[in-house]
Design a protein around this ligand. Structure first.
Ligand code: AHR
Length: 870
């Protein structure tokens, strides 16, 4: 431990000296040196912008090596985000401009500007060529304040050069063809660590290089801290023995904190909705799966996915000539000449049924041949075993909804549903549906009871929905539009899920709001800010395709309509629609999120401002939550905060998925937040180890961090771990809070931290002081305490986290308090760091003005102290 500590101290000292100028400059430092900027082809050109420096242009030293100073944010993860042939240029005002090409096919180059080569302003991707590519961009001065960007295009096997001019790197003249020799070809080749790299050379002040070197050292130091895991605790804390500590709670120092601290983030990712929380048991009930849901990668993902015909004498095809509704164009056509064959749905990985339980079957049927039909509807096993059956009749030539109840005579996880026509002729079927009667709260079109209950057990104060990236979608056409998700199921508009599958939107806005109401959580819908996901591939790269400004009025109206739908009385246009759907009383919507970790650029700003101002004007009672990018730092974070501050947005949504080390070393993150600025909703976060693993270690780091959120509960108003749900075998994202399959719910250890916080929230924060027998910083940072009082119950709640490998024997002092009962409830979550199965254990403990309490190694303890009964 000592050696690591010494090493860290040395690095801190070094950084401190160079960064803060604690030591006088060394006299033999050069005034100026050469700076080389370049990108490599590594990882398909996604490693970003690097620098190297040289005193003589012969010997080059890379900074990092290969530290990424600028990262391309164009297009989709994986295949895009490429920086090819960057060209760095310094304008006469000192501003640096970097231009680069993105790929071999798009007529777009990328641009970002920076004053110091460390903080980069938002990237832009001007589309300068329609049907050609844009390679090797080069920036030069055209005239005073005018610049030109030229590039090579190689479409049609012809190498041509083009040029645009600009004064602000935002607006460009149309492209003009120039001769290849008009280009200055200023890129140079230099040798760095034995490799030949291509880039631009600049003579710069040594101070600039020094600042880049310092930035790199600081990052290396941060990386070292943030990559700390318990794996090295045996070295870090080699000689550590059981510690003693005093925790003094000061009743006289208290502040009001948010009573909305713990919520949940629901996104239809990892089959969280269809095949998950939404209790529908049949897959592709509406025959609306399309190849494009999976961009053609899965040839079986089409309108007959999950359906098959078994037996002879009947044909099955999917048609779209006379649909129930234009939004639901496809339906099944069964033509039976000889009775016996059945149409089978395999469910989502099979259908889980319980013996004795009842299932609601429904189907839309029409008889185009005008002959009434009978059909046998059966739950069957893999080998055709009969798990329960009923018969339905369809008598109408037009679409008619037919309902029946099936009772399961078996418990099975792999049942299927079979429909066997009993009459020869042609029948059309659509919206074939099977729901357990035992949905959560027995709601029709409801939610899976066990999953919903697991969520409810967190006691979340709010539910955010429908995402995440699902909210802003993969391209403009995929933005989640709430109006498409309400009304009769057969009229809702199913769509591609950005995570590569299909959304029936059977779990739509009405169901989300109803679930919130059922569990006493505030609804927090997140609406796209008029821009799709920055990682979109469809329709150009990400926010290249913001909703055209001429359509934004309609879009803004859609947001206002949502508020009316949720809160308007039944006489209003949209309130009436809600009332007709079965909820005459308003839903009491208080929060609306606008945007989801968007790329913060002018396109975003323009659209966000329009929506925000309209909501603020028409509905000042609504708390709008803005967005500040996908990270705790960086361009989107800084620019997002600028916009939110400028517009006085009440709250912003921050996102960060980090290592346990990050959470340990950033507990002061919100201590320094300006209280006069917008409040914070930490809308997406999770701690994960390499390989995106979660366990007791990650859970404890979250528990530790949440003590800091409670301490800062005057600025951090809400938090939600993300994502919430993941179906085993269908995950696109790890880690998740709750894993499940068709019959089991498997919460993670991290879930129990959320639950302990949710069930033990307060609205007043009490100051406390922790004194540990060992003052080492590494120890201090791994023991955290938060004390809150809940005004509803008047309970005092003490949360204590010990992330050390040894127990801490504490003495808890309740200064100035004597109105509590002598027995309190203690809940302890503990286990080895790699434990994935740890569960909280509750007992009763004696408490008094000063009482002992041992915090086991690697543990989270919550003591809930009740007031005396008068
Ligand atoms: O939580 C999973 C994803 O992470 C969300 O959709 C997105 O907002 C973030 O990038």
């Amino acid at each position: 431990m000592k050696r690591t500590f010494l090493l860290l101290s040395l690095i801190v000292l070094l950084i401190g000296q160079t960064t803060f100028g604690a030591v006088a400059p060394i006299s033999n430092e050069p005034d100026s040196v050469y700076l080389f900027s370049y990108a490599t082809a590594k990882n398909s050109n996604t490693n970003g912008l690097h620098f190297a420096w040289s005193a003589d242009q012969e010997n080059w030293t890379s900074i990092g090596p290969e530290m990424r100073f600028l990262f391309c944010d164009y297009g989709r993860w994986g295949v895009e985000k490429r920086m090819i042939n960057p060209f760095l240029f310094q304008a006469s005002d000192g501003m640096w401009h970097c231009g680069w090409s993105l790929n071999e096919h798009t007529g777009t180059f990328a641009h970002a500007g920076s004053e110091d080569l460390i903080y980069w302003l938002p990237q832009t991707y001007p589309i300068v060529m329609k049907d050609n590519n844009c390679l090797e961009p080069e920036i030069t001065v055209q005239s005073e304040g005018q610049y030109s960007v030229s590039w090579i295009s190689t479409g049609g096997n012809q190498k041509k050069a083009y040029r645009v001019t600009t004064s602000d790197f935002k607006n460009y003249s149309p492209a003009n063809e120039i001769t290849l020799s008009d280009r200055l070809n200023q890129r140079k080749k230099v040798q760095i660590s034995g490799n030949t790299e291509t880039g631009t050379v600049h003579k710069v002040a040594w101070k600039l290089v020094e600042s880049l070197l310092n930035k790199q050292k600081l990052n290396a130091y941060r990386d070292l801290q943030w990559s700390e895991t318990t794996k090295t605790d045996s070295i870090r804390f080699a000689s550590l023995k059981t510690l003693d500590a005093t925790i003094t709670i000061d009743n006289s120092k208290s502040k009001k904190i948010s009573d909305m601290m713990i919520g949940v983030f629901f996104e239809d990712i990892n089959y969280a909705a269809d095949g998950g929380l939404y209790a529908e048991l049949l897959q592709n009930r509406d025959f609306e799966y399309v190849l494009s849901d999976k961009e053609g990668r899965d040839k079986t993902w089409n309108s007959s996915k999950a359906w098959r015909l078994k037996g002879n004498g009947t044909t099955f095809l999917v048609d779209s000539v006379s649909p129930i509704h234009a939004n639901n164009a496809h339906y099944a056509v069964l033509k039976t000449t000889e009775v016996g064959a059945g149409l089978i749905n395999e469910g989502f990985d099979g259908i889980a049924i319980k013996s004795g339980e009842k299932y609601d079957f429904s189907v839309f049927v029409s008889n185009p041949d005008k002959k009434s039909k009978k059909m046998l509807v059966r739950l069957i096993g893999k080998n055709g075993e009969n798990y329960g059956e009923t018969t339905i009749s369809a008598n109408s030539s037009g679409w008619e909804k037919v309902e029946a109840v099936l009772t399961a005579n078996q418990t099975a996880t792999d049942a299927q549903l079979e429909i066997v026509p009993q009459t020869a002729g042609t029948v059309h079927l659509d919206m074939i549906s099977l729901f357990p009667q035992k949905t959560f709260n027995r709601r029709k079109n409801g939610l899976r009871a066990d999953l919903a209950q697991t969520i409810a057990d967190i006691r979340p104060r709010f539910i955010r929905f429908p995402g995440g990236c699902v909210a802003h979608g993969d391209g403009l056409g995929n933005i989640y539009r709430w109006k498409n998700t309400v009304g009769p199921l057969e009229s809702r508009k199913p769509m591609k899920n950005l995570w590569g599958y299909h959304q029936t939107v059977g779990l739509g806005y009405f169901e989300y709001f109803q679930f919130c109401e059922d569990i006493g959580a505030a609804p927090l819908p997140v609406i796209a800010a008029g821009v799709p996901c920055q990682n979109s591939a469809t329709g150009g790269a990400g926010q290249q395709g913001g909703i055209p400004m001429c359509d934004m009025d309609d879009y803004v109206q859609e947001v206002l309509d949502l508020i009316e739908w949720a809160n308007g009385d039944a006489t209003t246009k949209w309130g009436k629609i809600r009332a007709e759907a079965g909820h005459p009383k308003p839903f009491n919507l208080k929060y609306v999120g606008i945007g989801n970790e968007d790329l913060i650029n002018d396109i975003f700003d323009e659209r966000f401002t329009l929506i925000f101002n309209a909501v603020k004007e028409k509905h000042p009672e609504i708390t709008v939550i803005g967005t500040v990018g996908p990270s705790f730092e960086g361009t989107d974070y800084v620019e997002g905060w600028k916009i939110a501050t400028k517009l006085h947005v009440p709250m912003v949504d921050e996102h960060y998925y980090q290592s346990p080390g990050w959470f340990i070393h950033n507990q002061d993150y919100y201590d320094k937040y300006d209280r006069s600025k917008p409040k914070v909703y930490l809308g997406e976060y999770a701690s994960h180890l390499p390989g995106r693993v979660t366990n007791m270690e990650t859970a404890l780091s979250e528990a530790l961090y949440l003590t800091a959120c409670e301490r800062n509960g005057d600025v951090v108003s809400m938090t939600s771990y993300a994502p919430l749900l993941a179906k085993e075998g269908h995950t696109q994202w790890n880690p998740d809070l709750i894993y499940f399959n068709n019959s089991e719910v498997n919460p993670t250890v991290d879930y129990f931290v959320q639950q302990l916080y949710g069930q033990n929230s307060g609205d007043t924060y009490l100051a406390s002081e922790v004194r540990i027998s060992d003052k080492n910083d590494a120890i201090r940072k791994r023991v955290a305490v938060s004390v809150v009082r809940d005004s509803k119950s008047n309970d005092l709640i003490v949360k204590m986290v010990n992330m050390l490998p040894v127990a801490v024997n504490t003495n808890v002092r309740l200064d100035g308090m004597n109105d509590f009962r002598s027995s309190a409830t203690r809940t302890v979550l503990t286990g080895t760091p790699s434990d994935k199965k740890a569960r909280p254990v509750t007992d009763q403990v004696a408490v008094s003005g000063e009482f002992p309490c041992t915090l086991p190694a690697y543990s989270f303890s919550v003591i809930r102290i009740k007031q005396k009964i008068e």
